[in-house]
Design a protein around this ligand. Structure first.
Ligand code: FAD
Length: 277
């Protein structure tokens, strides 16, 4: 089996000072030889310029850097223009998403409805130029009609031309095993990289997890609640939980790990070091 890969995700900072700080974080993470960095994209194109600026700055250090691109709230023309710009700039990889609708905007204002439509558009516009990652949900996307439907939709994205998946973060390793098994039954062999969210803050994690449908196991939630005012102990506990989760995922055959860094170095580096990656 080949050595597991790691990749790190950033969000685009709002200011130039923020970007300078991020580049310091990037340098620390780059020491771990990531396969790529990625930079998120605000739905409706709200961070179009900042995502692009951050991708260019991060990419300058020589590691493959992937913009995320979501199709919701944008026209086919706008998306085509951006795909062509990325290709011309030497970008080789795109994390290809639907995104979430900004409040007040209906799905019918978007030319493309789902991520598989965007995968098709990118393939139409640029052939095989890009490696396309798509989102996977081992605990089910919150808007899916059913779990089986959601897994079928992941297959649809691969059938449309996507190369691999990155999951929403989760803390139940068994959900990944089940998901991979279901994909295998459907004949999907594309690699799916678990998305890993380090635990560094109780309130933010609970708020974020409730919004995106990620389950925090009761015992972890209770322990984090208990430690919420003891930063060092909470981080140590979070590091242990996440390290064990990653160990299990790699033992199950996960091809690598994708870290939702939250633009922080330490919590991600500690886990990578614990794993000996
Ligand atoms: P899709 O794959 O299109 O699925 C969306 C929903 O529609 C699912 O419930 C699916 O089951 C259902 N569905 C799909 N196809 C059909 C169909 N044909 N008929 C009926 N139902 C269908 N958000 C951002 O705004 N910016 C980012 O940069 C970003 N990065 C992300 C990175 C990763 C790795 C992940 C996992 C998520 C990311 N997100 C990001 C969040 C993501 O945009 C949301 O989860 C969004 O709600 C769904 O996007 P998707 O690409 O999974 O959509």
């Amino acid at each position: 089996m080949s050595k597991p890969t790691i990749s790190f995700e950033f969000f685009p900072p709002k200011t130039d000072e923020g970007l300078e700080k991020l580049l310091v974080v990037q340098q620390k993470l780059q020491a771990k030889n990531p396969k790529f960095f990625s930079v998120t994209y605000g739905a409706g194109g709200s961070t179009r310029e900042r995502t692009w600026k951050t991708v260019e700055a991060v990419k300058a250090a020589g590691v493959d850097t992937a913009p995320h691109l979501s199709c919701v709230g944008q026209s086919r023309e706008e998306l085509t223009e951006l795909i062509n710009e990325y290709k011309a700039a030497g970008i080789k990889r795109i994390v290809t998403l639907r995104g979430d609708l900004p409040s007040g905007m209906g799905a019918d204002q978007s030319d493309l409805r789902y991520a598989d439509d965007l995968v098709k558009l990118i393939r139409d516009v640029s052939g095989d130029h890009f490696h396309l990652e798509v989102a996977a949900y081992p605990e089910m996307h919150p808007q899916a009609r059913s779990f089986s439907d959601d897994i079928d939709h992941f297959k649809r994205k691969i059938d449309a031309g996507a190369d691999s998946g990155i999951t929403q973060y989760f803390y139940n390793a068994e959900s990944y095993a089940y998901y991979m098994n279901e994909l295998e039954k459907r004949g999907v062999t594309a690699p799916v990289y678990p998305g890993i969210m380090p635990v560094t803050n109780y309130t933010n994690l609970v708020r974020f997890s409730d919004a995106c449908g990620a389950d925090i196991p009761r015992w972890v939630r209770k322990k984090l609640e208990e430690l919420q005012n003891d930063d060092a102990s909470l981080k140590a506990f979070g590091e242990e939980v996440v390290t064990r989760l990653c160990e299990r995922l790699l033992a199950m055959g996960a091809p690598g790990l994708h870290f939702y860094t939250m633009n922080q170095a330490a919590a991600n580096l500690n886990v990578v070091e614990n794993l000996g990656l």
